[in-house]
Design a protein around this ligand. Structure first.
Ligand SMILES: NC(=O)c1ccc[n+]([C@@H]2O[C@H](COP(=O)([O-])OP(=O)(O)OC[C@H]3O[C@@H](n4cnc5c(N)ncnc54)[C@H](O)[C@@H]3O)[C@@H](O)[C@H]2O)c1
Length: 326
């Protein structure tokens, strides 16, 4: 039997397609609405852990309205920098939802970087104060960059970024690059406290630890602030998380699954997931004083919503390499 060829897309191919952050934010917001309305299928991601604090996760999702079905197989290795390798690497497979036949295999690092920033931006749209001016970023790597790019598109008054990284070279590179690229005021700070105090938005993007040794105190975080954790509870002390008026996540099932695996030993009661908020089933921010946190774990629906756009554009633009399955 003849199987169609699959489209292979390298990271460079994907970058050449030039999907904009605005398009990705719209797609991620739309897919959260689909999730909130119960129109997505996404089991919690299982993983294997070949080294301490490293993971390789399988992330399947199906979004009927986008005709998008597939799986991301993504790894995170905190020690990779010593080998000159990125923390996050992996592949994504798209399947034809009608037949199950694979239609594309693509690098997933660009997609992971961008869709995570986009998910923070969607969370901020509903949970941050509209007049937020100052952002703190802890961990100035790939996520530090894409989160700033995305937040600038939804928080129009954002003009100051307090940046912290344990690696001074990485910090300086971030300050230079981001200042040049976005024209915002990027201020390097020399302690985590400096990147949390007096900030309207705080994003933590350091390494994930199964048994964390967190440092952020409740008193450092301003009333009316919005915090988005991309590194689980590795940075936030339990008391700081319990001080939130609303503790949200991107997926309750995923958070509960991680809890059953020994992560998140002391977190507050979950107010809502982002799907419920975007679909208007639960309210987002209601006052300027609320302290709100989103524990964004990263979802396969975000990846598939982005990947299907990339696949369609690649076909139209003639980008990528067709490979035989037979
Ligand atoms: N939730 C999600 O959807 C999602 C998606 C992708 C990545 N992540 C997580 O985001 C985090 C960052 O990923 P990345 O791709 O940006 O990694 P990266 O390697 O590009 O950047 C990490 C940066 O953090 C710095 N760092 C290390 N320890 C630190 C600490 N204690 N305090 C401050 N900075 C520290 C490093 O020097 C580096 O500059 C990881 O934990 C990753 O698992 C989450």
């Amino acid at each position: 039997m003849n199987l169609p060829e699959i489209l292979y897309l390298s990271r460079r191919d994907i970058e050449n397609i030039g999907l904009s952050m605005k398009e990705i934010i719209n797609a991620v917001e739309n897919v959260f609405r689909e999730k909130g309305l119960g129109r997505t299928e996404m089991p919690p991601k299982p993983g294997i852990h070949p080294k301490k604090d490293a993971f390789i996760h399988a992330m399947p999702a199906y979004i009927p309205n986008l005709k998008a079905a597939g799986l991301k197989w993504v790894s995170g290795y905190p020690e990779n920098y010593k080998l000159g390798l990125p923390y996050i690497t992996g592949l994504l497979i798209l399947n034809d939802p009608e037949t199950g036949v694979p239609i594309s295999v693509m690098d997933c690092t660009w997609i992971t970087a961008k869709r995570t920033g986009a998910a923070t931006a969607v969370a901020a749209k509903y949970l941050a104060r509209k007049d937020s001016e100052t952002m703190g970023i802890l961990g100035c790597g790939v996520q530090g960059r894409s989160n700033l790019e995305a937040l600038l598109l939804v928080l129009k008054d954002l003009e100051n970024v307090k940046a912290y990284d344990i690696n001074k070279d990485n910090l300086q590179r971030y300050v230079d690059e981001m200042t040049k690229k976005y024209g915002v005021n990027v201020i390097p700070v020399d302690s985590p406290k400096g990147a949390v105090e007096e900030c309207d938005v705080v994003v933590t993007a350091g390494p994930i630890r199964k048994h964390p040794n967190p440092v952020i105190e409740a008193s450092w975080f301003s009333d009316g602030g919005f915090a988005c954790a991309l590194d689980f509870d590795s940075y936030w002390k339990p008391k700081a998380m319990h001080s939130m008026d609303k503790f949200c996540t991107d997926d309750v099932n995923q958070l509960m699954y991680y809890k059953s695996e020994g992560y998140f030993s002391d977190i507050p009661k979950i107010y809502a997931d982002l799907g419920e908020i975007v679909a208007n089933k639960k309210k987002g921010r209601e006052t300027d004083e609320e302290r709100i946190m989103a524990m964004n774990l990263g979802l396969a629906i975000e990846d598939m919503a982005t990947a299907i756009m990339i696949y369609e554009k690649a076909k139209k633009m003639g980008i990528g390499t067709w490979l035989p399955l037979n």
